[in-house]
Design a protein around this ligand. Structure first.
Ligand SMILES: Nc1ncnc2c1ncn2[C@@H]1O[C@H](COP(=O)(O)OP(=O)(O)OP(=O)(O)O)[C@@H](O)[C@H]1O
Ligand SMILES: [Mg+2]
Length: 386
């Protein structure tokens, strides 16, 4: 019986909220500070949080809400801050969002028969039931705003004036939504009320993958070079969700094949099943000498490791040329073919530096699958010319 790879399946789920967010500690501390300070003196704070896909906006907002509830609570039950999280995705009207808010304060009303202002009154009553300061998080708020100007958001930012008491508001959106707000609401979102999450870079994504692996997997089944391989794939988008999806996919595949640990090939399988980008179309345009370089790379990558040394690939290329009756050419012409493929995005190269030799890789497709596709294609072309 092979040992398990995955120990805590639920921690690989997209909806799982980890206890900490590597590389978002500063942002979390900053937001906690801003909200807590305002709440402590009986005031509200309005904040806009933006960032690209998978940049951790939702996770950060949820962790913040969690910490605010936990931190200030304790002494006086009445004072324990309350947080309300609503995802506006598909709730693209004030009405739909306020219905969700009413459910959260235990004042559900039927979908029909009440105006938005009547429902706001009911929400106010719900809030007044306790003296707790309240934070409302509206995630994916751009769907709401793009559907038209929002009176609801205006009212939420002006909690005190409209009788809602000291209400705090966190708006979460992929891009700047201020242009969609009216001037009065926009004035609540000055510079210190905006925070943009930058894309994660490769090293940060690798840290996130390793941190999640330590929660989800048996110790030692994923080494740093694999975390870096995953990070490389997700780097263009800077998307932590994609990185974690790859981690989960690779872990499952390793488990299915009864392996003791995750391999580079498992990561490529995960990549190919999520994002099949190495299309037959791309190979279509390549002449046999280039196809042979990819074949040599595929064969070298089938071994252990996430990279193949350039020199090893060159040797594999020479024997593959022989196998298919193609003249191998010089070192310089091999180098040119490699550069051409790099340019096409069909392989990645890391140049020699500080004594480390140059090396190649590709993560588009499992090496074993690439080998089969190429052998078939080369077989056909040599049959046609031979
Ligand atoms: N710094 C981090 N550390 C650990 N996990 C993270 C981190 N950032 C994001 N994640 C995880 O990556 C996934 C995507 O993050 P999240 O849902 O917060 O992204 P998002 O910015 O809301 O993306 P979208 O715009 O698509 O809604 C989640 O599973 C989240 O837990
Ligand atoms: Mg989100």
């Amino acid at each position: 019986m092979p040992e398990e790879i995955i120990l805590r399946e639920e921690t690989l789920d997209a909806s799982y909220l980890p206890p900490s967010l590597p590389h978002r500690e500063k942002e979390l501390a900053l937001l906690r500070e801003r909200f807590s300070r305002a709440m402590a003196v009986g005031q509200g704070w309005s904040q806009l949080l933006t960032g690209g896909v998978g940049s951790g906006k939702t996770a950060l907002a949820r962790l913040l809400a969690h910490e605010i509830e936990r931190r200030q609570g304790g002494k006086d039950r009445e004072e324990v801050p309350r947080t309300i999280y609503v995802n506006c995705w598909r709730r693209n009207s004030d009405r739909a969002v306020i219905l969700a808010l009413l459910n959260e304060v235990n004042r559900p009303v039927p979908d029909r028969g009440f105006s938005v202002s009547e429902m706001m009154d009911t929400f106010e009553k719900g809030l007044r039931e306790s003296a707790s300061p309240t934070l409302v998080v509206l995630d994916e708020v751009s769907t709401l705003l793009k559907a038209g100007s929002s009176k609801l958001i205006y009212m939420l930012t002006r909690g005190r004036e409209v009788g809602l008491g000291p209400l705090s508001l966190l708006l979460v959106a992929p891009q700047d939504v201020l242009p969609f707000l009216d001037a009065a609401t926009r004035s609540s979102f000055g510079v210190t009320h905006r925070l943009h999450l930058r894309k994660y870079d490769r090293a940060q994504l690798a840290d996130i993958v390793l941190a999640r692996a330590s929660l989800a997997l048996r110790p030692g089944v994923l080494d740093r070079s694999l975390a870096e391989q995953v990070a490389r794939v997700a780097e263009a988008q800077g998307d932590a969700r994609l990185a974690l999806e790859l981690l989960g996919g690779a872990a499952h595949r390793a488990e299915e094949r009864g392996a003791r640990e995750i391999s580079a090939e498992d990561v490529r399988w995960a990549k190919a099943s999520i994002y099949p980008t190495m299309t037959e179309e791309k190979l279509e345009g390549l002449a046999p000498p280039s196809l042979l370089v990819l074949l040599a790379l595929a064969r070298t990558l089938k071994g252990p490791g996430t990279w193949a040394a350039l020199e090893k690939v060159r040797k594999a290329h020479a024997s593959a040329c022989e196998e298919f009756g193609v003249v191998p050419g010089s070192r310089v012409s091999f180098w040119r073919l490699v550069k051409g493929l790099e340019h096409e995005g069909l392989l990645e190269m890391e140049y020699a530096h500080r004594g480390a030799p140059a090396r190649l890789t590709q993560d588009e497709i499992p090496a074993s699958m690439l080998e089969l596709v190429l052998q078939e294609r080369l077989g056909r072309s040599s049959a046609a010319t031979g």
